[in-house]
Write a protein that binds this ligand. Structure first.
Ligand code: CTP
Length: 406
């Protein structure tokens, strides 16, 4: 039975408010990332922000006219502050200057952005950016405390070298970090109070000090799963093989580059965290099935025309976890080059998994997109080809649904 899964995650509407500060230049990159993440972005700028970056840039990146003026009557009802805040799922002010935060605290409404913040019926997220003395000033700290008390979410700031040349707290979060926070904000917390352990990436099995057997896994799918699970409110540990990817936000990273060290790291964490049937183990890593029977301590010199390296079979991490007493809910991956569904279902049954994700290795490895099929006891569910983060969200939604039925 093939049941299609609806992969259309409804597009969230975000008003991005930009205020006057040098960090306004980072808002351009933020808009680009938000648009790429399929978030519907409406930019609103203060007149001070226009001194730092032009509305034309923001319009080109967001693909929409930018609102600046309170008296602009191009919005439907001639009341842009009502129209914009009525449609928004959230307002993000990034960068938020010290002056703008003071305005928010006082409930002032003397320009379009402050007015629509006051007139809103949706969450307000504020990403402060200012010089460290301004950040540390008692007035700013009072305002931050009041904004939090009023229910706003403060994102950052972070510490680092500032435009004024000083070093300290006050830098706006980087666009990637803000995107991660927004994605997390918009994601329903279907995995709250759940613990998720994930393996990802390729393993490296050493032959000698300079040579190894590895594979072409980039780790992108496993890292996307880790991000999706964290966004859904889970406590996520990622045991990662070789990859150059940055650890997703709110994810604990453990490095384990060989099949054996990955096995040990997984078993240690499952025992230490006392994983039970309501926790989740997702095995995305491309674990080497074999590794050299012996690793030479010295570099092997070339001599004969042929060289034979004896290989020994590695333990199957997923199969061993799934057969633990009190095993967590186990999700496997099957990367095949032929007979995809037949091989994947055989693996699911052999390893006693409630769910396996099947994909063609040739399409998936290294790519930013993936097309997968989910196999569980109810049948086969085909997902559309999509960016790996979107596929990861669908896989985690399906996992959460199956887990809730156990
Ligand atoms: N896996 C594992 N430990 C191994 C080998 C595989 O945990 N030593 C996991 C993978 O992370 C994946 C699943 O098992 O979730 C299937 O891996 P795959 O390599 O496709 O299948 P194998 O069982 O190794 O079979 P084959 O290589 O013959 O296709």
């Amino acid at each position: 039975m093939t049941t299609p899964i609806n992969t259309n995650i409804s597009r969230k509407k975000l008003v991005l408010g930009i205020t006057g500060g040098i960090a306004a230049y980072k808002a351009a990159e933020l808009v680009r990332l938000l648009v790429k993440a399929e978030i519907d972005v409406q930019v609103v700028m203060t007149s001070a922000a226009c001194q730092f970056i032009t509305p034309v840039t923001m319009q080109a990146l967001s693909g929409k006219p930018v609102f600046i003026d309170m008296w602009d009557n191009s919005s439907g009802n001639g009341m842009p502050h009502i129209e914009l805040s009525r449609n928004a799922d959230a307002i993000l002010v990034a960068p938020a200057s010290a002056d703008f935060m003071a305005k928010l605290v006082q409930g002032r409404a003397d320009d379009l952005l402050s007015t629509l913040c006051l007139a809103r019926d949706c969450p307000l997220l504020v990403a402060p950016a200012m010089n460290k003395q301004m950040w540390e000033a008692p007035a700013t700290q009072r305002n931050i405390a009041q904004l939090k008390a009023d229910g706003s979410t403060i994102l950052g700031p972070e510490s680092g070298v500032q435009a004024c040349g000083e070093t300290g707290l006050g830098r706006m979060l980087e666009p990637e970090a803000l995107l991660a926070q927004i994605n997390s904000h918009f994601t329903p917390k279907l995995l709250a109070n759940k613990r998720v352990l994930i393996t990802a990436g390729a393993t490296i099995e050493k032959i000698d000090p300079v040579r190894a057997i590895t594979n072409l896994s980039s780790g992108k799918m496993g890292y996307a799963i880790a991000q999706a699970a964290a966004d859904m409110g889970a406590e996520v540990t990622l045991v990662s093989g070789a990859t150059s990817l940055a650890t997703p936000h709110n994810v604990t990273h453990i490095s384990a580059t060989s099949a054996e060290s990955m096995y040990l790291a997984v078993m240690k964490n499952i025992a230490a965290l006392t994983f039970g049937p309501k926790d989740i183990f997702i095995s995305v890593a491309a674990v080497a099935d074999y590794s050299p029977a012996q690793t030479s301590t010295q570099k092997i010199k070339k001599s004969e025309q042929t060289l034979t390296i004896a290989l020994k079979k590695n333990k199957d991490i997923l199969a061993d976890v799934a057969s633990l007493p009190n095993a967590p809910f186990c999700v496997g991956f099957a990367a095949e080059s032929e007979n995809l569904l037949e091989y994947a279902e055989a693996k699911r049954l052999a390893k006693k998994l409630p769910l396996i994700v099947a994909n063609l290795a040739t399409n998936a490895m290294g790519s930013d997109d993936n097309q997968v099929t989910l196999l569980d006891k109810n049948g086969v569910h085909t997902l559309d080809s999509a960016p790996k983060i979107q596929v990861a969200r669908e896989i985690m939604q399906h996992t959460a649904k199956l887990l809730s039925q156990t």
